[in-house]
Design a protein around this ligand. Sequence first.
Ligand SMILES: Nc1ncnc2c1ncn2[C@@H]1O[C@H](COP(=O)(O)OP(=O)(O)OP(=O)(O)O)[C@@H](O)[C@H]1O
Ligand SMILES: [Mg+2]
Length: 229
Amino acid sequence: MIIGLEKVSKSYEKPGSLKKREVLNEISLKVDSGESLSVIGPSGSGKSTLLNILGTLDMPTSGMVKLNDKNILNYSESQLAEIRNQHIGFIFQMHHLLPQLTLLENVLLPTIASNSNNDKAGLERAKELLESVNLHDKIKQYPSQLSGGECQRATVVRALINQPGLILADEPTGSLDEDSAEQLGELLSKINKEQNVAMIVVTHSMELAKKMNKMYKLNHGKLVGMNNN
Ligand SMILES: Nc1ncnc2c1ncn2[C@@H]1O[C@H](COP(=O)(O)OP(=O)(O)OP(=O)(O)O)[C@@H](O)[C@H]1O
Ligand SMILES: [Mg+2]
């Protein structure tokens, strides 16, 4: 799967003013399958805005968002919902697990929404993935009975459950302590290498940013490539 932005701009109305504030200024970007990149930048620079546009959760003011060379901006909301469910895995700063569901039920949620996998295949995959992140003995526990790092590893599994071509992560280690953050970074990097899934990670952590193949900085509406040694 190839995802691309072409001259994407996004501006917001300024309250009480006729002027608009331009957050993203003609950003173009292409991400091939299996590529990984990180986006760093000051708070308020538009990183989440950019990620939400890539994930079709938000619309640009102008420009094109392409999936496999097709501009998806004129798709209907239900088509976009299907693309999100089938092709994109989301990981956010706060884990967003549902408290009333067990760990296993939480990670299986996207398969219920899509009906894509039959129940058994989904269940097998969930168990396999949970094993790979060392959560197999906790599948019947509720989020309140898990640590922050464990919850965040569970969201990685949930993001992978429908075998997406693209993972979008917005500060996935933002709420974790140093050790858990390091572990999660390793996990993301391993998934990117082993499963050939494209990955875009927004972060304030240089440690995590450096684990991706390419590093970009968002500043004053522009995305600038950085040396990543
Ligand atoms: N719905 C909205 N209406 C108006 N302004 C908005 C809206 N959403 C975001 N903004 C503004 O756009 C700018 C970029 O916001 P964004 O959340 O993308 O920043 P960020 O780089 O993710 O910051 P952080 O690192 O703090 O998460 C901010 O100045 C914010 O106030
Ligand atoms: Mg943000």
